[in-house]
Ligand binder design. Structure first.
Ligand code: PLP
Length: 428
């Protein structure tokens, strides 16, 4: 519960933007003091169990000793140095590790600071590839409805045009093609017609396309839709058939969240370009990467062309060192068992929500549990209810969801689940 507002909180409310908020009508924020393991501590001393992993990212929980040690060691050497004309081991180690973990077709890595930029980079790679390889018309992208790829302009142009939170910008955005939202759920029986809308669009427009881009298996902020692996497999086939590049945005799904290291493994396919971010550093610091095949890189660089992107903080050594530590923790942990354990608990625990007249759907995949309500939640009220129950869960729209750190223990997990079940059966 929020106690008396401190002066710094008043300043925050009046002068600092939060994600997707108004400064004129700010919603309350909860003042956090610290976070450790799966708990966050509020300034009033209240301890909450984290059900969000700070938006897909904090897979090992907070204040992890191995991460902290990596931060100390790297800080003693250098926190940053420009990447132009310079190389360093933290970046090299990370690139090697990423290529080792990622689908085999991927061969090179471009580091950037955030997921949105990694998506911009991927789309620019596809555009430059088309430019240098003579596919001069290749300037559009084909995606599916229900997607989310970030908040920058190219990324916004492939977010769901309605649910993508960017409708204000529609006149300024590049006009791309949208197939129907993948309608066949992860576990449903596959029927051939599910791919029709996509098939039709790629058939008509393939000559204009720089690439197809989508989130593999799990559509994240666009609505937490889990779709059938066969859909993704056929998209790969169609991209091959029409000679169109396939970009997979694994920013939310990457590093185990869906039960596979990367979600595209559910469909046993590999992309031409792939974006990762979020859990890359275990949620400790912003870092993202765009990987591509050698063929894409060769195409871009044909005729002595350069790839035209280079962020100031590219391959920040501290961020890379943290990512290296995070991947080490992940790969040395029984993460598949952890995800399976979380998946089973979420499936069993959230199932009763289905009986509530307020609930439209319950779905679980890996360490993601979703209760979709029939109506939008009152975010402020429901947030307060969760905090009252000692958990940090942040619903949006009709979606109440859990994506806890992989290290969460059974008790904490049950407490998260109970809070969701209680609230989804009660609140309107
Ligand atoms: C979060 C997200 C992004 C954007 O990443 P930022 O780091 O917020 O810029 C892009 N794609 C997907 C699938 C995401 O979930």
């Amino acid at each position: 519960m929020i106690t008396t507002e401190q002066p710094w909180q008043k300043f925050d409310r009046e002068h600092i933007w939060h994600p997707y908020t108004s400064l004129s009508h700010p919603l309350p924020t909860y003042p956090i003091e610290s976070a450790s393991g799966t708990r966050l501590k509020l300034c009033d001393g209240a301890e909450l169990i984290d059900g969000m992993s700070s938006w897909w990212a904090a897979i090992h929980g907070y204040n992890h000793p191995v991460i902290n040690k990596a931060i100390e060691e790297q800080t003693a050497k250098m926190t940053h140095f420009m990447f132009g004309g310079i190389s360093h081991q933290p970046a090299t180690t990370l690139a090697q590790k990423l290529l080792e973990l990622a689908p085999k077709s991927l061969d090179n890595v471009f580091f950037s600071d955030s997921g949105s930029v990694a998506v911009e980079v991927a789309m620019k790679m596809a555009l430059q590839y088309c430019h240098t390889t003579g596919k001069q018309q290749g300037s559009k992208f084909l995606t599916v409805r229900g997607g989310y790829h970030g908040d920058t302009f190219l990324a916004m142009s492939v977010c769901d045009p309605v649910a993508g939170m960017h409708s204000i910008f529609k006149d300024t955005l590049a006009q791309n093609y949208f197939a129907d939202k993948p309608a066949c759920s992860f576990t449903a029986n596959w029927k051939p017609h599910y791919i029709d809308s996509f098939k039709q669009l790629i058939n008509i427009h393939h000559n204009e396309l720089a690439a197809v881009i989508l989130e593999p298996i799990v559509q994240g902020a666009g609505g937490l839709n889990f779709y059938h692996p066969e859909y993704l497999r056929q998209i790969r086939e169609l991209c091959d058939q029409y000679d169109v590049l396939l970009i997979l945005d694994e920013i939310a799904t990457g590093f185990g969240r869906t039960g596979k290291m990367f979600a595209c493994e559910h469909a046993d396919i590999s992309p031409d370009i792939m974006c990762v971010g979020k859990a890359l550093t275990g949620g400790n610091i912003s870092l993202a990467a765009t990987m591509s095949t050698k063929c894409v890189a060769d195409g871009i660089c044909a005729n002595e062309n350069l790839f035209m992107h280079g962020p100031t903080f590219m391959a920040n050594p501290l961020a890379c060192a943290i990512a290296n530590a995070s991947l080490e923790i992940l790969c040395n942990s029984p993460w598949q068992e952890n995800i399976a354990r979380i998946e089973h608990a979420l499936q069993a625990g959230l199932e009763p929500c289905r009986n509530s007249p307020l609930v439209a759907d319950v779905r679980v995949l890996g360490a993601i549990g979703v209760v979709e309500l029939k109506q939008d939640v009152d975010q402020e009220a429901i947030q307060a209810e969760f905090v009252k129950r000692g958990v940090w869960v942040r619903p949006f729209g009709k979606l109440v969801y859990l994506m806890p750190p992989f290290i969460i223990d059974d008790n904490d997990l049950q407490q998260l689940i109970s809070a969701v079940v209680e609230i989804c059966s009660e609140c309107s």
